[in-house]
Design a protein around this ligand. Structure first.
Ligand SMILES: N[C@@H](CCC(=O)N[C@@H](CS)C(=O)NCC(=O)O)C(=O)O
Length: 214
């Protein structure tokens, strides 16, 4: 399997950490996000959305990070990372869809305002952050409620749902995500997800770098 990705982006880190959790071997093709290589004609032939990541496995060309994780887990036959039990799988699939349609878009506002804009010499727009606040807390409360009931999203061990949901908040301190009212979400992120070897192996630091600051 070939993965086209830039390890510093949310959805690429998701796939790289998820493949590590799954134990799926792959070859990384680096697509430099800040150089805009996701818009190059060669890459557009793989992913016409001009976004990363993408997977190529023989004649299969797949984009959408969560679809990549589902495929890789099934291909590897990893039933711990992506259980085949009908109801557990439906639950995980629900969280993957929710992450892509609701959670990522909300957390992305904080990433753009508090990380990307200042990095590029601009400043966060307080009005944009204020406008997102109610939606963020609504979604974070839903996740917090699930994590009040269980250690991991889908029970007592990590699955691709944990990796998918954690990735949009992977820079939560720098993103300045307002997590104070969501103790179970904080517990899961800081004590469980951030302790996973697959998470540590794919660290991204403030400044969008994979190099640990000295
Ligand atoms: N739903 C897609 C979203 C992919 C996506 O938006 N990727 C970002 C990086 S995290 C990107 O490449 N954006 C294109 C751009 O900003 O030019 C997925 O999960 O793969």
């Amino acid at each position: 399997m070939k993965i086209y990705a830039d390890p510093i982006t949310v959805n690429c880190r998701k796939v790289l950490a998820g493949l590590d959790l799954i134990g799926a071997p792959f070859e990384l093709e680096h697509v430099d996000y800040f150089k805009g290589e996701q818009k190059s004609p060669a890459y557009l032939a793989i992913n016409p959305n001009a976004s990363i990541p993408a997977l190529v496995d023989d004649d299969l060309v797949l984009w959408e990070s969560n679809a990549i994780l589902q495929y890789a887990a099934d291909k590897a036959g990893n039933q711990s990372a992506y259980p085949t039990n009908l109801k557990i799988r439906a639950d995980i699939n629900r969280w993957l869809l929710w992450e892509s349609s609701s959670w990522f878009p909300s957390t992305y506002v904080y990433l753009v305002e508090n990380c990307v804009k200042p990095l590029l010499g601009g400043a966060a727009d307080p009005a944009v952050l204020e406008a997102q606040q109610a939606q963020f807390h609504k979604l974070a409360s839903i996740l917090d409620g699930r994590l009040k009931e269980s250690r991991w999203i889908a029970g007592d061990h990590p699955t691709i749902a944990d990796i998918a949901l954690a990735s949009p908040m992977h820079l939560h301190a720098w993103q300045q995500l307002p997590l104070g009212e969501h103790p179970n979400l904080v517990r899961w992120m800081t004590q469980e997800v951030e302790a996973l070897p697959c998470w540590k192996a794919t660290m991204v630091y403030e400044g969008f770098t994979v190099n640990k600051p000295v």
